[in-house]
Design a protein around this ligand. Structure first.
Ligand code: UD1
Ligand code: UDP
Length: 390
């Protein structure tokens, strides 16, 4: 039996981990045992527990309860906690997702203990090292033994950084194996879309008409913490909604919600507060979120995951960043990078309201990335498992 330890901590990682846990339960329960460690990076009920309840993720065996702190303090506490768990559990692999501080802490702790790392969502790059996630993902990739890239661009980024596309076993962190295997988030969107339609009452709750509203999420630190950028984004949403009588729904990350009053100008804060077309709500569950995405007319976001889900559900996406890791979306004409610039955001929204994109090539896999990852974990470990699993 292969024993993997999975580290999760932030909302998108909990959601991504659901795909692998589901594949293990449905296909590999006799071959893989998963122990989940939650760092506690996200801890509000609507940022964490709601996903365990809704997506059938096994309860974490360990919760390190680290919570919020500066990058250094938060990451250091996580490293200390994860190291202890790794020494007690001695897993065959540590599985890490994405690019958060929980990912970085897991990578540092495991590599020093010489425990092989499997990195899911490897190879993504913004080419902006001022972004904390860029450092986290580069460190994690370069400490990993198995690197699972969701996209062809991610795979080629790794090759450009010196990873061999043709490594042969045995794989180690000095002889890592890179894969282009599709996106576990696509697995999840396919799996949960129908259930979201049946179960979620989010449109009714907020009196939203399918196809007639704009969905927006904003949480990147450079958008929330730099007042000019936050003002530029909210100014664009305030303008478009008033001009076009377009309903805007914003499930807001607690980081952003906590900074609106401080970082928006008084006049914009008042205007947004009085704008009957803008509804700011707390973060929603995954099923509510994908129902909101599926029925939106347009999505405006700085989230990586929401950009991709917009694409999965064939919705146009305005990206409130100066770059994207998910270049396949902009290449297809389904996303426009508009930064945090009011004029560019307005132009992009206007364009998509008038010219909805029609081209969504299948670039995120076949919805079975998690099964692929499980098979490769088993194959690499040389586990004695029946050949019909391969
Ligand atoms: C983190 C990730 C980011 C990811 C995002 C997903 C890092 C460096 N950043 O950013 O890559 O896109 O998660 O959502 O790891 N807070 C709460 N309740 C919570 C969690 C956070 O109120 O349950 C507030 C706290 O004020 C906290 C702030 O949000 O200080 C930021 O949280 P943190 O986890 O440090 O970073 P995120 O912005 O969430
Ligand atoms: N999400 C959610 N509820 C929300 C906002 C987002 O369930 O209120 C989901 C979203 O569907 C996607 C993931 O969270 O699966 C994206 O996470 P986030 O935007 O926090 O981080 P990022 O992907 O940018 O790292």
């Amino acid at each position: 039996m292969l024993k993997i330890l999975t580290v999760i901590g932030a909302r998108p990682q909990i959601i991504k981990a659901a795909a692998l846990s589901r594949a293990i339960a449905e296909v590999f329960s006799g071959n893989i045992r998963e122990v989940i460690v939650h760092t506690g990076q996200h801890y509000d009920n609507n940022m964490s527990q709601v996903f365990f309840d809704e997506l059938g993720i096994p309860a974490p065996v360990y919760n390190l309860c680290i919570g919020s702190a500066s990058h250094g303090v938060q990451t250091a506490r996580m490293i200390e906690g994860i190291e202890k768990v790794l020494m007690d559990e001695k897993p065959d692999f540590l599985v890490l997702y994405g690019d958060t501080n929980s990912t970085l802490a897991g990578a540092v702790a495991a590599s020093k203990l010489r425990i092989p790392i499997a990195h899911v969502e490897a190879g993504l790059r913004s080419f902006s090292k001022s972004m904390p996630e860029e450092i986290n993902r580069i460190v994690c990739d370069h400490a990993s033994t198995l690197l699972f890239s969701p996209t062809a661009t991610g795979f080629s980024n790794l090759v450009r950084e010196g990873f061999s596309a043709t490594a042969s076993p045995p794989y180690t962190s000095d002889n890592p194996k890179i894969y282009h295997c599709g996106d576990v988030m696509y697995d999840n969107s396919l799996h949960f879309a129908e259930r979201a339609e049946k179960i979620s009452g989010i449109l009714e709750k907020h009196r939203l008409e399918a196809g007639k509203y704009l969905l927006s999420t904003i949480h990147r630190d450079n958008n929330t913490d730099i007042p000019e950028r936050l003002n530029a984004i909210f100014q664009a949403l305030d303008d478009i909604s008033r001009r076009r009588h377009l309903q805007v729904i914003m499930p807001l990350h607690p980081r952003t919600a906590g900074l609106l009053h401080q970082n928006l100008s008084n006049s914009l804060y008042t205007s947004v507060g009085k704008n009957k077309f803008i509804k700011i709500i707390p973060p929603v569950s995954f099923l509510d979120m994908i129902r909101l995405e599926k029925s939106a007319r347009l999505i405006l976001t700085d989230s990586g995951g929401v950009q991709k889900e917009a694409y999965f559900f064939e919705k146009p996406c305005v990206i409130a960043r100066s770059e994207t890791e998910w270049t396949e979306i902009t290449d297809a004409g389904a996303g426009i990078i508009a930064d945090a610039d009011t004029a560019r955001l307005l132009k992009a929204m206007k364009y998509f309201l008038e010219h909805p994109p029609v081209n969504f090539p299948a670039v995120f896999g076949d919805g079975r990335a998690a099964e692929f990852i499980c098979r490769e974990l088993l194959r690499t470990a040389g586990s004695n498992i029946s050949s019909d699993l391969f």
